[in-house]
Design a protein around this ligand. Sequence first.
Ligand code: NAD
Ligand code: UD1
Length: 311
Amino acid sequence: MRCYLVTGGCGFIGSHLVDRLLADGHDVRVLDDLSSGRRENLNERATLIVGDVCDAAVVKSAMDGADGCFHLAAVSSVQRSTEAWAATHSINQTGAINLFEAARSAAGARPVPVVFASSAAVYGDSEALPLQEAGVALPISPYGADKLGCEFHARAAARVFEGRFAGLRFFNVFGPRQDPASPYSGVISIFADRALRGLDLMIFGDGEQVRDFIHVSDVVRCMAKAMAFLEGQPSGYFSPFNVCRGERVSVNMLAQAVLRASGSTVPISHGPARCGDIRYSQGDPAHSQSVLGFAAEITLIQGLTDALTWI
Ligand code: NAD
Ligand code: UD1
């Protein structure tokens, strides 16, 4: 049994990870400021510290005695990062650096391993599909730039103090607890909620942009594998890993799939394209498969039923 710190553990992905870690018999401590996360998401067997990852002293004390850390706390909306650039930068990048520094000193002799949420947004508008970790990463949003910055800092920390880091480039994650009430939430939760409430599905742009959707239970499984892998690394390790299915689905196709799965007949409308919106996103899962032994299992259609039932 180990003790893990999960930042952002009251959020969508983090709360599922907490459930999994507890089910595996570990102790879990959560650091979350409840800005987008909710207490109701959190398993009552976890210990909650309400605090901000931008506060280095709070982060250091939350890390004290932990055997490892999963860092998920961030503003997860690409759109929000274009509207509140400096504010999201301090959370999405400086918050991660606070975490990395705390990992350095937490256990005294040996830095604790850190699995952190990077993003497919680091690839920007690359057309070299499927996207590979060894390929070029040129972000086109403040959010993507900050996530790539986290990876650069992790790479440096692996050298400077021999920390162990895995930067998981999540593609588009969906499933229960993805908040449908927020306009900054993921497209599947928004479409599912609107279809069930009889409201039109609004597509930003022509809808031919593509995403690689992956269910949250697969993502959580990958995070656990990444931690086990890092725990077996001697010292000074960093690698990014795609966390994806390797399939491309256009937003137009997604809207039709949500209508079919929900039995709804609401109209589909179009609005202006979002600024900072990537056109084509489809990952190559080969590196994660060969190094971590991870392969996604849940298809978009299976997962849609799950997401609709939860709403
Ligand atoms: P979420 O908004 O549901 O969860 C984020 C959590 O972090 C929330 O509980 C929030 O309250 C907390 N938080 C935010 N700012 C904080 C701060 N300053 N201090 C402490 N806690 C803070 O989002 P999510 O979809 O679960 O995303 C989790 C992570 O995965 C994020 O790092 C996000 O960037 C990344 N990610 C998500 C997706 C996706 O499709 N959902 C894809 C790629 C990467
Ligand atoms: C999402 C994640 C981000 C992650 C990235 C990785 C969220 C909120 N964002 O960003 O954290 O790093 O994937 O790939 O989970 N759209 C509509 N109508 C809507 C909502 C969205 O057409 O009502 C479109 C968007 O313009 C975009 C696509 O759907 O083209 C996906 O949008 P969204 O779910 O917000 O995700 P990303 O911006 O890809």
